[in-house]
Design a protein around this ligand. Structure first.
Ligand code: GCB
Length: 605
């Protein structure tokens, strides 16, 4: 192809991709495995303007103008003012921004060297919560949703040499947002994950889904989509297994193939096994480490590779407590995951939103099962069609990013929702989308409406939506939000008795280093929290279909509605580990339980 023609084909394909995305009702789509591509990080210090009254758009600050005549002046300048780290939340970078909810403009220059035959994309790991992106004064993208990535194509828009990038970021809470008006974590705003300038060839492997073909290890199924619709050869190989296979894409640029893999070893919890998988088409090669495992449920059991696994889980927010800010780096992922591993877990419920890729990829290397969910967290407006479409897009973005991460075994659709027709239709639409895209995972949701039935003397739940799920999870704060109606030894559950049940949250608050009466909730003492753990562990013996437990939560985390001036000070103190990184008494109880459980727990027995 000559250069001019190739340029024309590229522009045409950009248009078809954009139109197809629009037709599918998606605002955004992005390439698979961006970290496997040739990229330049645009992280670092960015200039910033705090725009409390949302005037920046009207003033066109993204034009970044400076006076050229004696009469001209501008009431802004990106130079000489605030500088913010990217990635990073703004709240932890300046005392005045600790509680800030509004707009901040970010801007920076970068050098580009666009070449014919190549395409460039700007990729944001996450911007919290909504944003508009401008390149060289032109608006090129917008996105809503603080925990999933998006990209925008820059081919044909980049200047040779200096380019100016502006991002308007807004984290104001609204009723139609996800999460909505109130949620129990800090509303961090900012460009909170990596920003990447990605270069790929004109034609490239844009998307792929690699997984086991069947519930055994004998063959691997691969679905590939090329960037441009074209009949051409694609090859998939797993060098370590000495397998490689080629197939022609159909005219739409898509192909399916199955690799025979008789010697494949499966990825298992606590025994990670990953293989380099290489995908190529003419002029493009991309590879990454991928693991293989299969999931099923059998009555009340969760099976990984055909074996029942009891989920010894814990949750954490994407937050480094000691820094009082969002986690964003590989080093952060090491800190969070090593503390989780020390507790003895084989699973993490990533609370309450998709967390950054460093966490997901490292957990996979460590053999830790993940549950990922979108922040459909209480208070969501299920009646609002726009909110529903937003949730679907977020869910698709989460699946799209991590579909090749075998560690992710559960996709969570919601946390603590109340039954209603609108809620059911909303959540069902997520399940339908998910199952159509990815039938290889277990679909779950966490409920909080389990109650003690005085007549039957059992803990029960009436939420028919549970029938739609593979695994049902319950958050239950016995001994904290709920006093014990019967002693823990008599606390027997009859909740979705035919399905696997995970206790996805339990716990209570304690201020590290505070000692007090183990019988008094308001002592906020380590002793009370430890006793609460003992009681709950006792209760778990009476949940016949128990398939896993997940204490809430690994670390104390910041939450603006935790008002108690002495015991909380804007912190949710349910951590097993304090904000300073110290283990509380309850940590040792849970650790001991998990040590025993790793030998003895088989779905509650
Ligand atoms: C819950 C929520 C979780 C909260 C927790 C609490 O049920 O799912 O996000 O942080 O309770 O501490 O109240």
């Amino acid at each position: 192809m000559n250069c001019r023609f190739s340029y024309f084909v590229t522009i045409l394909s950009m248009l078809t991709t954009a139109l197809a995305a629009q037709a599918a009702g998606q605002e955004t789509s992005f390439m698979t495995n961006v970290y496997g591509r040739d990229y330049q990080l645009l992280n670092g210090k960015w200039n910033a303007i705090v725009d409390l009254y949302d005037q920046g758009e009207k003033m066109k600050v993204y034009e970044n103008r400076t006076p050229r005549t004696n009469e001209e002046f501008f009431e802004y300048s990106f130079e000489g003012g605030l500088r913010l780290n990217v990635p990073g939340d703004w709240n932890s970078q300046l005392p005045e921004l600790k509680y800030y909810e509004g707009t901040v403009w970010y801007a920076r220059h970068f050098e580009a060297d666009p070449r014919p035959g190549e395409r460039q994309f700007l990729y944001f790991g996450a911007v919290s919560y909504r944003c508009k992106v401008y390149l060289n004064e032109e608006k090129i993208a917008e996105h809503e949703g603080g925990f999933t990535p998006f990209e925008t194509e820059l081919t044909g828009k980049l200047k040779d040499g200096d380019n100016f990038l502006t991002v308007m970021v807004n984290n104001r809470r609204t009723t139609d947002a996800i999460p909505a008006l109130a949620f129990d974590w800090w509303n961090y705003g900012g460009i909170t994950r990596d920003v990447m300038l990605v270069t790929v060839p004109d034609q490239y492997v844009r998307d792929y889904f690699v997984r086991l073909a069947d519930n055994d290890s004998k063959s691997v199924r691969v679905s590939v989509t090329l960037a441009q619709p074209q009949e051409t050869e694609v090859t998939v190989s797993i060098p370590e297994l000495k397998v490689s296979q080629s197939v022609m894409t159909s005219p739409d640029g898509k192909a399916e193939l199955t690799l025979k893999t008789p010697r494949l070893q499966l990825w298992q919890p606590e025994k990670a096994r990953l293989y380099d998988v290489v995908l190529s088409c003419a002029g493009d090669t991309v590879s990454e480490k991928i693991g293989f495992r299969y999931l099923e449920t059998d009555g009340t059991k969760i099976l990984v590779n055909g074996e029942p696994v009891f989920m010894r889980s814990v949750s954490f927010h994407e937050e480094i407590p000691q820094r009082r800010g969002r986690a964003f780096s590989e080093a952060d992922a090491h800190m969070l995951l090593s503390e989780a591993a020390a507790l003895g877990v084989n699973m993490i419920r990533l609370a309450h939103y998709p967390q950054n890729e460093y966490i997901v990829r490292l957990a996979e290397q460590m053999g830790i099962i993940l549950w990922q969910e979108i922040p459909v967290w209480q208070g969501i407006d299920f009646e609002d069609a726009g909110t529903k479409a937003k949730a679907q897009r977020m869910f698709v973005e989460m699946l799209q990013r991590d579909k090749n991460r075998c560690a992710v075994c559960f996709w969570g659709v919601a946390n603590e929702t109340k039954p209603s027709d609108a809620r059911n239709a909303f959540l069902l639409s997520l399940l339908e989308k998910g199952r159509a895209m990815d039938p290889t995972r277990l679909y779950a949701a966490a409920f909080d409406l389990v109650y003690f039935n005085e007549e039957t003397g059992l803990f029960e739940m009436d939420d028919p939506f549970a029938d739609n799920l593979d695994v049902v999870a319950v958050n239950k704060y016995m001994g904290w939000y709920h006093p014990w109606p019967v002693p823990p030894t008599e606390a027997v559950w009859n909740v979705v008795p035919d399905k696997p049940l995970i206790i996805s949250e339990f716990g209570g608050e304690a201020l590290y280093g505070q000692h007090g009466d183990r019988d008094v909730t308001s002592s906020w003492s380590e002793e009370y929290q430890a006793r609460l753990y003992e009681d709950n562990l006792e209760m778990f013996k009476h949940i016949p279909n128990l398939a896993g437990v997940s204490p809430w939560v690994l670390f104390d985390f910041r939450s603006p509605y935790r008002f108690h001036p002495v015991n909380q000070e804007d912190w949710n103190r349910k951590g097993l580990v304090s904000d300073q990184g110290y283990r509380k008494q309850a940590w040792y109880i849970m650790h001991e339980f998990y040590k025993e459980c790793s030998k003895n727990c088989r779905n509650g027995k």
